[in-house]
Design a protein around this ligand. Sequence first.
Ligand code: GTP
Ligand code: MG
Length: 195
Amino acid sequence: MIIKKAEIIITAVKPSQYPPEDSPEIALAGRSNVGKSSLINALINRKKLARTSGQPGKTQTLNFYNINDDFRFVDLPGYGYAKVSRKEREKWGDMINRYLTERRSLKEVILLLDIRHSPGEHDKMMYDWIKSIGFKGIIVATKADKLSNNQRSKQVSVICKELGIKDRSLVIPFSATKKLNKDKVWNIIKKVLNT
Ligand code: GTP
Ligand code: MG
């Protein structure tokens, strides 16, 4: 994918702030700190357009990015972040749920999982929800640079087994730091967008 334009449109906390539903959207979901914002930056070749942090809980709003005036990435706040108050967590949960359930221009939710770990309770719930909507169920298994090839393949099997995925090609080991499998992720996104 050639990136001619990549810009933040808005950071939103409620539907009235969302941009108009006139462009297809691909959302990135996953635990806090799994690498959602880093994935966006890696895909569009920008180091810091989406803010990242070693501290979980960096992204606290729905961040809409315009890509080439063709489609949008929507960077979601991570779930499962223990260090904020319950009330705050519920607020984020509501914000994510509302976007996911009400957004008609949402074309796919890519679920990010840390390749080193088995999917947790929240991950399973999110995956089941994604499938129940009728989306493809694309998994990007992040931080693959931390494992050997052999270990990666084993972890892909674990993820497939835990989530009941039959088609292994839907689980893509990815590294933002090493840019591993960037093309694969782009290809699957292009398929979703029919371009
Ligand atoms: P929240 O906004 O808190 O939900 O987190 P996030 O999912 O957006 O994660 P973010 O992209 O901010 O990355 C979290 C940390 O993981 C940062 O320190 C990143 O540098 C690191 N990280 C992300 N992707 C990779 C990767 O592929 N490999 C390695 N080694 N580190 C990564
Ligand atoms: Mg983030």
